[in-house]
Ligand binder design. Sequence first.
Ligand code: ADP
Ligand code: MG
Length: 606
Amino acid sequence: MSTFKDLGLNDDLLQAITDLGFEKPSEVQAKAIPILLESETDLVALAQTGTGKTAAFGFPMLEKIDVSSRTTQGLILSPTRELCLQITNEMKLYGKYCKGLNVVAVYGGSSITDQARDIKRGAQIIVATPGRMKDMINRRLVDISKIQYSVLDEADEMLNMGFKEDITDILSHTPEDKNTWLFSATMPREVATIAKKFMNNPQEITVGKKNESTSNVSHEYYLVNARDRYQALKRLSDANPDIFSVIFCRTKRDTQKVAENLIEDGYSAGALHGDLSQNQRDLVMKSFRNKQIQMLVATDVAARGIDVDDITHVINYQLPDEIETYTHRSGRTGRAGKTGVSMVIVSKSEVRKIKSIERIINQKFDKKDIPDGADICEVQLMSLANKIHNTEINHEIDKHLDSINELFADTDKDELIKKFFSVEFTRFFNYYNKSKNLNIAEGSFDSGRDGGRDFRGGKNDSTRYFINVGSKDGFDWMSLKDFLKEQLGLGRDDVFKVETKESFSFFNTENEAKEKVLAHFTDFKHEGRFVNVEVSENRGGGRRGGGRRDGGKRRDDRRGGGRRDDRKGASSGSRSDRRRSDGGGSKPRRSDSSEFGSSRPRRSRR
Ligand code: ADP
Ligand code: MG
């Protein structure tokens, strides 16, 4: 089958397809559309981002619904507001010649009464995010009891985002005999479970290998101490002067912090996460699309809607909690036939996850070293040389040439070049001269029960805590670990070395989580009693013990100076780096704004 007409679509749709300029069906469309048109069946379709899944379910749904009726017949669930709006727009474009068609988007953060009114007017198709949809059902603002077709788009992502219960709830309000079409980039166990539970003998189609990520993306990882993460990020960026990248962090807070630090350090960066207003997010995305922002720091959720081509690098500043999410991240680069690189900065405690990811993406990672200062200086110098070489001459300069020549009358060409380059280069050189090696060797740690952290051996990247609950409160190490993970919203392996005693226990997290842990358990009550967590002096946690178990006072200390210190440490480089850099700042900042504005856009456009 080679044309949309062959797939059996009607003339109204074919006309819209011509208008859209789609020449031939993509693979997932060629496979899904005939199945969905010809039979009343459930379907599981696995295909990467950017393969045209919207049209694969959109065309059949438009073909099958009755536009002369005002009953809601199709429901499309998608994980985020951005995707919801995107799908709604696409559906409207696909159905532009279907007279009487009404597609309504239902999502949070916008008036629920307006949305309800639009539905009342007769929406044959609703495109919704699960949270808002459930809300509408509970308030009886919508009737989905006559749905014939339901789509779970980006099913893996919806489950990652914790929408499982909402989805279950929503589907329980739809007829048993409807058809469900599930679309997903990956097939983690949770998706398989959903498919089993809600679907009836679904047909299955797969485009590319199951769970395989785009093959024009290469994958690299860099092993550093957790406390050097930020330094490593800066080096990776400096070693790639033309980088245009998305940097993924795990939490909104880290996202904001990394972006702020980058901006402060003179990079053109921006943050994208759910705590920003829609307006702020739109602005950031606009600057990113226009390449005014070279480094977009984002959470997984906020990045879902990003459909920017030309992204050269995806940087995993932290790995995602659910390793399946990695595929979505790396899929942001290597689009539209281009190649891309997905980089992961890992600490020792996470390096095992690389193996699991390799299994999922069916591709090997290259272990690479964070470039050292000399490498970076060379790259920057050559990049500058190339830019100068390719620069178009501005003839406004001609009239000043005589005076300039006079000034350089005694300077030979080599000397002139050296001086010229030094203007820009010295900044990098001073910053990186004698900078330390950030790489750590792999395999130099024991692999204890909890995954390779030696907490006696002077390792400093985890913090050990004391908590005043123990076995007499009904905890064993496993249940306490589960409790802590759930309370803190941490991933599977982020709480470790859990040891329960009778009336108290110990556990570790990475230093990075320390603030979060302490903040969470400030004035915290569990089953009616205060639960107190303190940094423990007992083994391991690191340099700053300090935690006697004397409650309140100590906690005030933490809120004050201690926290500030932590922030500096995490953000603007080691003390020695700072001392070495020019002008006392922490970064190779431009000394002034003019000379080579175009050669270092991220430092001039601040
Ligand atoms: P997915 O949901 O798989 O990530 P989308 O449905 O968002 O992918 O489609 C990605 C892009 O490809 C969209 O801009 C869409 O308009 C375009 N597209 C979809 N199908 C075709 C086609 N057959 N020919 C050309 N472009 C297409
Ligand atoms: Mg999609």
